[in-house]
Design a protein around this ligand. Structure first.
Ligand code: GLY
Ligand code: MN
Ligand code: MN
Length: 444
């Protein structure tokens, strides 16, 4: 299993500190455990920003960076060692472990943060923190500032400027390193195998959740602790519900099955959608719409290269889909006008993709200075056009109704184009049919 090296975590902190003002401090809180009921917690997942900067996966941590501080620039507040609790809940690194195992210059028990952190903030002119994300943390930050303000008559200098750290941090996270891409490739490969497994397992009469189980089984066998997001398994008209996660319907003969699922590996997401016929054979109308979505996806992937904007893939998809919908008689009129009036929106109502990384809808601005962002090597994004013909849409011929199709791949921008991380799972209609009908029975 691939992991981010300690050297890379250190490099990330250095690069962030290089961008911070001199005389500033960054304070980044980690995630806290949330109670499911009584003494049962939801599975804990570290906040992606803290994970990105430290690799530290325990609850109740706060990461502090103080560029230029002679006694140490990188400080962690962590849960203290507790032999009694460790019998129940497992190992805690404690402050000593935070230094020895996570390279902190200094570390303190989280219970002492109110006594120690104001002293570290004192004399720093600017504080960077994630602002407006967690009310309790925003409030606590002001409590610490006010502790310093209450001592101005003794010469204490409280910080005067407050900045959202997200802009700096998210720009770093947007461009993936070699190590990150290697992990994302691993996640994508596992998810691709899982999608193939679901296609092979599918039969009319099965329940949607049984295909979800096939996907999650394959991912967990490969070491994924949890999905990157709740799996969508929609058969028939359920495929037209964009965020359908009930996954509790019976799959009928003649249905298309839309599966949008991906595993997380080492805190990196994969995000794949495939749509396939439950019985292994596309009907004629299904095939016509499927080939149209696929053509739009190929055209969009062709647009993913340095120098092109993020939105160009979306605009390409819209044009290909509108031209195809006119050809099929689902839309009527002038292509440019239909695009301008967004007449395709009843059938394609989302954008073509999003940044992908530690979060499935990853951080990073889509516009910079009011202009759509230009693609650069190392960015990872999804390309996921779709067509969803509502079963209730009386404006289209009956044969199209209730068909929902999305095809989604994960691509990394390279120096001269892009690399498809999720290429292992078939998407040509004939390749899907061949896989489902025994033409290629192995998962590998
Ligand atoms: N699975 C969420 C998405 O495709 O954006
Ligand atoms: Mn998806
Ligand atoms: Mn997606």
């Amino acid at each position: 299993m691939k992991r981010i090296s300690k050297a890379e975590f250190a490099e990330r902190r250095t690069r962030l500190m290089e961008q911070m003002d001199t005389g500033s401090i960054a304070i980044v809180p980690g995630a806290v455990e949330t109670i499911r009921n009584n003494d049962v917690h939801h599975p804990f997942r570290q906040n992606s920003n803290v994970m990105y900067l430290s690799g530290f996966a325990e609850p109740d941590a706060v990461l502090v960076l103080i560029p230029g501080r002679e006694q140490g620039q990188y400080i962690l507040f962590v849960r203290d060692k507790d032999p009694e609790r460790e019998i129940w809940d497992g190992y805690r690194a404690g402050p000593e472990g935070a230094v020895a195992e996570y390279d902190a210059d200094d570390a303190f028990p989280i219970d002492d943060i109110d006594d120690i952190l104001p002293g570290l903030m004192e004399g720093r002119s600017r504080v960077y923190s994630p602002m407006g994300v967690d009310d309790a943390f925003d409030h606590q930050l002001m409590v610490w500032v006010n502790q310093i303000r209450s001592k101005v008559r003794t010469g204490a200098r409280p910080p005067e400027d407050f900045s959202d750290i997200s802009h700096l941090l998210h720009d770093l996270r947007l461009i993936k390193s070699r190590q990150e891409i290697a992990i994302m490739r691993e996640a994508a490969t596992i998810s691709a195998r899982a999608h193939k497994r679901a296609m092979l397992a599918c039969k009319p009469g099965k329940m949607e959740y049984q295909l979800q189980a096939e996907i999650e089984h394959e991912c967990m066998l490969a070491g994924s602790p949890w999905p990157a997001y709740p799996a969508i398994v929609g058969a028939g008209a359920n495929g037209c519900i964009l965020h359908y996660i009930e996954n509790n319907s019976k799959i009928q003969d003649g249905d298309l099955v839309l599966i949008d699922a991906g595993c997380e590996m080492q805190y990196y997401a994969s995000d794949i959608t495939r749509t396939f016929p439950a019985n292994g054979h596309f009907s004629e109308p299904q095939r016509q719409l499927y080939d149209l979505v696929l053509a739009s996806q190929y055209a969009a992937i062709d647009q993913v290269k340095p120098g092109n904007t993020w939105i160009s893939a979306h605009e390409t998809v819209v044009r290909v889909l509108v031209e195809g919908l006119v050809e099929l008689g689902i839309l009527q009129g002038d292509i440019n006008q239909l695009i301008e009036q967004e007449s395709y929106k009843p059938f394609f109502m989302h954008k073509t993709g999003h940044w992908l990384g530690m979060d499935v809808h990853d951080v990073g601005d889509y516009k910079v200075g009011g202009e759509w962002r230009v693609l650069e090597p190392g960015m990872v994004l999804t390309i996921e056009p779709g067509l969803y013909i509502s079963p209730h849409n009386q404006d289209v011929d009956e044969r199209w109704r209730g068909i929902g199709i999305r095809i989604e791949d994960d691509v990394v921008v390279t120096r001269d184009g892009c690399d498809i991380l999720t290429r292992d799972v078939p998407k040509e209609a004939r390749d899907i049919e061949s896989l489902m009908n025994g033409g290629q029975s192995s998962l590998f």
